[in-house]
Ligand binder design. Structure first.
Ligand SMILES: Cc1ncc(COP(=O)(O)O)c(C=O)c1O
Length: 398
């Protein structure tokens, strides 16, 4: 992401983070020297055909619901403008960043865009109206602000019900009066009821919140939106008129914590984080590798040094034995991950030399497997790939 300014109506000026993947000819990118091919061997490869496939899987599971593809956090770290061509079949997009929503309009996305956290300041409302953005309303203060607003174009509003996650959402007992107020509010075009489940990925996680939501929704004849990726996979139980899949589109499993594999759901990995071996070390028994000497060789070992570190987004806390793919074979991380490098065990891979290809996660090594080893989730790894990593897109052209 880089910094640029949006000036709206001469009053609302904000420095915002423009997606770093802005078009090649954008003024922003002209300021950033492009070393291509990049000098360092690390890169993130995106398979847009896999993304389009995953979207088709989500749409088929949730038919006849409308599918809003979730593209917050710069499309879960993939880059909104990079992934947009693969999302053409989506009925809408959903995210939390107003500046990226405006950027999507500039990229000629004409279908609905939903702001999942709504607005943070009333000055955003005319901007949202100008760009035809739909908003979540999750708090009394937003209801109040919306009802006081005089807008040139009315907004589509998703009223968020708190069904027990206790993060965002209006109390179920308040929904009747909120709906009635919003129905009489000149700034509102349509209403949809929505919720977000805390535990849609757990077997019993839907029972109570679904019952609560149904009781609320039964009072009105309004469209509803309930499902994230886990809810899309469980669409027969969850239902709804609009679904909001995120992580499954990027080929990671919403059930990773229960060892549910993405491939088992018919999903294909979109991002492969790749690099190369840049040095090989021969260790004798007792020799150590990296900062703190965290790995100590018990026997003669061949160690490969990979051009990838935590400054590229690889988790520093990934422990020894985290899987890594080298030259098409599975091996393991050894020692401490440093800023620009990590070490892998090449003892059983004598053919792997300097220049050997490495996959940190991706097509051969599911991101969920690496995440599980590092005590995190695929979401965090995908979102965490840093700015200095060049991306290469295959599959579909923008
Ligand atoms: C309100 C809302 N809907 C949908 C999603 C997409 O969730 P997932 O990536 O698990 O599909 C999110 C993501 O956190 C969300 O906050």
């Amino acid at each position: 992401m880089g910094l640029f300014c949006i000036i709206v109506r001469g009053v609302y000026i904000t420095a915002v983070a423009a997606p770093r993947d802005a078009g090649r000819d954008s003024p922003l990118n002209k300021m950033i020297p492009a070393f291509h091919p990049a000098a360092r061997p690390i890169k993130a490869m995106l398979d847009l055909r896999a993304l389009a496939h995953n979207l088709a899987v989500a749409r088929a599971l949730a038919a006849p619901a409308r599918t809003y593809a979730v593209v917050k956090a710069n499309a879960y770290g993939h880059g909104v403008s990079r992934v947009l061509p693969a999302l053409a079949a989506a009925d809408g997009l959903a995210l939390v960043e107003l500046e990226t929503a405006i950027y999507l309009r500039a990229l000629a996305w004409r279908k609905p865009i939903l702001l999942l956290e709504g607005f943070f300041d009333t000055r955003e409302l005319p901007v949202m109206a100008e760009h035809g953005l739909a908003t979540v309303v999750h708090h009394e203060s937003q209801v109040h602000a919306l009802c006081a607003a005089r807008l040139e174009r009315r907004l589509d509003v998703f009223v968020k019900v708190n069904t027990g996650m206790n993060r965002l959402g209006l109390p179920p007992a308040d929904i009747a009066q909120v709906v009635s107020r919003l129905r009489g509010c000149g700034a509102v075009r349509t209403l949809t009821l929505m919720t977000h489940f805390a535990s849609a990925d757990e077997p019993g996680g839907l029972r109570e919140p679904m019952a609560l939501f149904r009781t609320v929704a039964a009072q009105f004849d309004l469209p509803v939106s309930l499902a994230n990726s886990a809810g899309v996979v469980r669409y027969r139980e969850v239902g709804g008129d609009v679904v909001r899949p995120g992580i499954m589109l990027y080929g990671s499993s919403p059930f990773a914590a229960q060892a549910g594999s993405a491939a088992g759901l018919g999903l294909r990995p979109v991002m492969s984080l790749c690099s190369r071996i840049i040095a090989v070390q021969s260790l004798g028994p007792g020799d150590r590798v990296g900062y703190g000497g965290a790995h100590r060789a018990e026997r003669p070992e061949r160690i490969g040094i990979v051009a990838c570190g935590y400054a590229d987004g690889y988790p520093r806390h990934a422990p020894c034995d985290t899987p890594v793919e080298v030259a098409g074979a599975r091996t393991r991380l050894v020692g401490r991950v440093s800023m620009d490098m990590l070490a892998v065990d090449l003892t059983g891979l004598p053919e792997a030399q300097v220049g050997a290809p490495v996959e940190l996660w991706g097509g051969a090594l599911p991101v969920d497997e690496v995440a599980a080893s590092a005590g995190t989730i695929g979401y965090e790894l995908l979102c965490g790939v840093t700015q200095r990593v060049p991306f290469e897109v295959t599959g579909l052209t923008p």
